[in-house]
Design a protein around this ligand. Structure first.
Ligand code: PA5
Length: 447
């Protein structure tokens, strides 16, 4: 069976193999620090052995809960922000039919999202579309106090209770939160909701393989056991015992840090399959929140190709040379589509007749890689055999492990996010939240 793989040959005209190899000792030290649990943020290392420690019983509990929601609901709203929704969205968008919402013979409930913004129009339109529909809610917040999901949940809970009554609503609401702390924990206990726990030692952006991701993914009809199995494979493949030269997480971490030192401050995650758009959104949060601190860190950006070759392509080819690309290349599409022959050939495309659309895509990918490398953009390539739960599981764990190593190589704590608090403090002060009186006065003086 194939596995995902990493190819760094197209960075070697920018930084040398010797430079990357010179990072071996540091990378190994960082992996050892992760595994010994004696580095910064070591109280958030629960993700490290998570895939191999998930029990059958736990997965069955999640699947049974998903079954209840699937039977009762035509729509399930996943309420959460950041790490509390991006992993789910990444998997569901990657695996779902692109036009799922137009299929009338759908077997799975539609998964919608809320609490990931504070758009009044978004919430109004969501609430309107839910009218008359059988819906349920998965409310996800590790802290249980995040404003965006709390606000959305308050609105949706009321709508659900008004529509089906408090007792039935209780059967359709699941809360995923801390074991003991936070407003969501108290609320869930008081209302008697089914709950799942986010382990204390797993941070939001590393939580996709906890019920945070697994429950909504199971509700959407995808195989969470394969997802976990893929991640468990990668847990082994990137273990501390694996030599540097065979450990793709260590090589990725070392290469991107070496590129960063050489002035490449922006990493663009590229895909040639639009279904991977949210994998990149998940990745941006993982690396952005983990590494962007102490005035350091690669800026994680992303593009969907070939789409964005017609918008960002010019910048990537010719703009400031501060970027490098990491391409996720999918070997085999799920479906077949052959370019038909046209007798008149008015569009001049008969040279493609009989070819798979994917063959054209692959040549676009290769052509883009060569053009960008010629234009001064180092290129890393991650090959994914197919877009399946198993390979997404591998990809998730690969990026998580590399992120931990890379953060330590950079010299930051990859497991905290102190910078996220700044806007919250100001927002609460501006909204006159009780307890923020002093900040309120200070901020109003600045306006
Ligand atoms: O990675 C993180 O910890 C954050 O991005 C959180 O996932 C995000 O802020 C949501 O937090 P919570 O789940 O506590 O509502």
């Amino acid at each position: 069976m194939k596995n995902i793989s990493l190819n760094i040959s197209k960075v070697l005209s920018f930084i040398s193999q010797e430079q990357i190899n010179a990072q071996e000792a540091k990378a190994n030290e960082c992996i050892a620090t992760l595994h010994k649990g004696n580095g910064a943020g070591n109280d958030f290392l629960g993700w490290l052995h998570l895939p191999s420690s998930i029990t059958d019983e736990h997965l069955t509990d999640i699947e049974n809960t998903a079954k209840v929601l699937r039977e009762k609901c035509e729509v399930v709203v996943a309420v959460g922000i950041g790490g509390s929704y991006l992993g789910t969205k990444a998997v569901v968008e990657a695996l779902n039919n692109s036009f799922d919402w137009l299929h009338t013979d759908r077997k799975n409930p539609v998964l919608l999202y809320a609490g990931n913004n504070i758009g009044e129009d978004y919430l109004y339109e969501l609430s309107e579309i839910l009218k008359g529909k059988q819906f349920g809610i998965i409310n996800i917040s590790k802290s249980g106090t995040t404003t965006e999901p709390a606000l959305a949940f308050r609105i949706l809970k009321k709508q659900l209770e008004d529509a089906v009554g408090k007792e039935e609503a209780r059967q359709r609401i699941v809360a995923i939160t801390d074991a003991h702390k936070g407003a969501l924990r108290s609320l869930a206990d008081q209302e008697g909701y089914k709950t799942f726990i986010i382990p204390d030692n797993v941070g939001g952006r590393f939580s996709v393989l906890t019920p945070v991701g697994l429950l909504p993914i199971a509700v959407a009809g995808f195989n969470i056991r394969e997802l976990v199995a893929g991640a468990a494979f990668m847990e082994k493949a990137t273990d501390v015992s694996v030599p540097f030269s065979e450990n793709m997480a260590a090589i990725y971490a070392a290469t991107r840090n070496e590129l960063y030192k050489s002035g490449k401050k922006i990493e663009i995650l590229c895909n040639f399959n639009p279904k991977l758009h949210y994998i990149a959104e998940w990745w941006k949060q993982l690396y952005g929140e983990s590494e962007g601190k102490d005035h350091k860190g690669i800026f994680p950006a992303s593009v969907d190709l070939t789409t964005d070759l017609h918008s960002m392509g010019q910048w990537i080819q010719d703009g400031e040379r501060s970027i490098f690309e990491t391409v996720i290349s999918v070997e085999k599409p799920e479906h077949e589509m052959i370019v038909p022959t046209d007798v008149d050939n008015l569009d001049g495309l008969n040279f493609l007749a009989g070819k798979h659309v994917d063959e054209v895509n692959k040549m676009a990918e290769l052509g883009t890689q060569l053009a960008h490398v010629d234009g001064g953009v180092p290129n890393l390539k991650i090959t994914m055999p197919e877009v399946t739960p198993y390979y997404i599981g591998q990809l998730f764990y690969f990026f998580e492990k590399a992120c931990g190593i890379s953060g330590y190589m950079l010299g930051v704590n990859p497991f905290n996010q102190p910078g996220v608090e700044a806007y919250k403090k100001n927002m609460f002060a501006l909204l006159n939240k009780p307890g923020y009186e002093k900040e309120s006065e200070a901020i109003k003086a600045k306006l």
